[in-house]
Design a protein around this ligand. Sequence first.
Ligand SMILES: Nc1ncnc2c1ncn2[C@@H]1O[C@H](COP(=O)(O)OP(=O)(O)OP(=O)(O)O)[C@@H](O)[C@H]1O
Length: 288
Amino acid sequence: MMTTTDDDTAAAAPVSETPPSAAVRLRSARLSYGERVLWDGLDLDVRRGEFVAVLGPNGSGKTSLLRVLLGLQRLSAGTVEVAGAPARRGGREIGYIPQQRGSDPLLTLRGRDLVGLGLDGHRWGLGLRGRGERRRRVDAALEAVGASEYARMPVGLLSGGEQQRLRVAQALVGDPAVLLCDEPLLSLDLARQRMVSRLIAQQARERDAAVVFVTHEINPILAWVDRVLYIVDGRFRIGTPDEVMTSQTLSELYRTDVDVVRTRGRLLVVGAEDAGSGVHHPEGPEES
Ligand SMILES: Nc1ncnc2c1ncn2[C@@H]1O[C@H](COP(=O)(O)OP(=O)(O)OP(=O)(O)O)[C@@H](O)[C@H]1O
């Protein structure tokens, strides 16, 4: 049964001898700007190894949630813990793929230097287990995203999709225990969307990371998603995709008729025209 807390899903999880501790934990969390409440009463645990997608229309507070987890935004009420400590800036255990923005002060860096910041950007000058190890890890991350060929070029000369793959490599290079992704598939073609989705999912499945993945389009990641947090106008639901991505639940959230159709392993969401890009259009993810 879906709830606005994760108690039930936690109960349904496979039994282990020591309960897995949550890498991300929000309790009674509220975020408001002035009169405007983005969300309130949010309880969310994301366990290590778990992949949680965050969906909702523009302005519903998805990026703000990541900023709270990054220690960049204070909650208005409630508590937030990341990797066992109150959320704080610059935690090494966190990998972050920021939302793409036009003006990035790092555009003059070479690609491989940008990726290297994911290893030692938190602690300038200390380095990581020697230069050889550092080079090896940066090379592996560049190769994983298919960026080796253009790694010596200034980032500003690269295409949007090429830059995006470098951001993914930067977030993954430190082998993070918590991976926060803000629309990481933007600017990527379908093949690269699959590649990046798989890399992020592997960080959860094989490296035991907790993944929080903000997106407008669930289809490219549907195979990997364990749970969805769907936020609309301060209302939210948390549950498995099967629980949340239904006509009934989305109609309740959007307060208008929304139809969710499943076809060939994809979800088509129809209706709620005024909900903007919060709906998943049949045309596919590349338009987002
Ligand atoms: N520091 C701030 N002060 C006041 N309002 C803010 C602040 N930061 C964000 N907001 C507002 O909060 C709302 C939520 O913003 P947020 O970026 O979290 O939305 P989002 O769900 O990520 O949207 P999108 O899908 O467009 O990226 C927006 O309306 C935004 O203008």
